[in-house]
Design a binder for this molecule. Structure first.
Ligand SMILES: C[S@@+](CC[C@H](N)C(=O)[O-])C[C@H]1O[C@@H](n2cnc3c(N)ncnc32)[C@H](O)[C@@H]1O
Length: 200
């Protein structure tokens, strides 16, 4: 990665070096594409693994992988729910290209890869799964989560994986102040899955 690049750069400047990794998680197998300038360079992140292995499979039909990186969560959701409409959203253009490559490599046809602006404004999600971009900073993260959680259906829920050293407990407290019920669904190797629902 170039010194000016982050995994959340909109247009990474580092030279592209595409990779693939074979992934087995929750008895699902898929090929995960990766590249420089994209989160975890194509390897399955531990937090992402904890999320995929432990979160309840969403029952609704419109699902979101918020901050899709190389597309691991969207690919897992597609394997678990081949009948669902899945959106994979990222600000990073190269991440979107890599996610599209992940879908093509696995012949997955029910994932739509999009920039945040490309998602129809009136679309509502039954579930959001995310390994959110903590490194963008607390205030940016709060803006991001508020804007996407507001797009859950009334009975929709979100599962967010955050390491305790990266502020999972304070994030849970903040979400509670914003009108969400937050349960700590799982805690493994320091990674917590926060299960988030709107209080109705
Ligand atoms: C921690 S990574 C997780 C990537 C992938 N979901 C995984 O689990 O391997 C977070 C992702 O969020 C993306 N991101 C950062 N800011 C964003 C924003 N405002 N809207 C959408 N995605 C964003 C980053 O580019 C990055 O790919």
């Amino acid at each position: 990665m170039s010194t000016s690049d982050h995994y959340f750069s909109e247009q990474p400047t580092s030279t592209s070096a595409p990779t693939t990794h074979e992934v087995k998680v929750r008895n699902i197998r898929f090929t995960l594409a990766g590249d420089r300038g994209v989160f975890n360079h194509g390897e399955l992140d531990w937090g992402t693994r904890v999320l995929i292995e432990n979160a309840d499979v969403p029952s609704g039909g419109v699902l979101l992988d918020l901050g899709c990186g190389g597309g691991a969560i969207a690919a897992a959701l597609a394997r678990l729910r081949p009948d669902a409409e899945i959106w994979a959203v990222d600000v990073n253009e190269r991440a979107r290209e890599v996610t599209q490559r992940t879908m093509t490599l696995n012949t997955i046809g029910n994932v739509r890869v999009a920039s945040p602006d490309e998602v129809p404004i009136d679309l509502r999600f039954d579930a959001i799964w995310s390994n959110p971009p903590i490194r963008i900073g607390k205030s940016e993260l709060h803006i991001l989560l508020e804007s996407w959680l507001a797009r859950l259906t009334p009975l929709g829920c979100a599962d967010l994986v955050v390491h305790k050293n990266l502020g999972s407990d304070s994030l849970a407290k903040w979400l509670a102040t914003r009108g969400y019920a937050v349960q700590r669904h799982t805690s493994k190797q320091g990674y917590r899955i926060l299960h988030v629902k709107r209080i109705v």
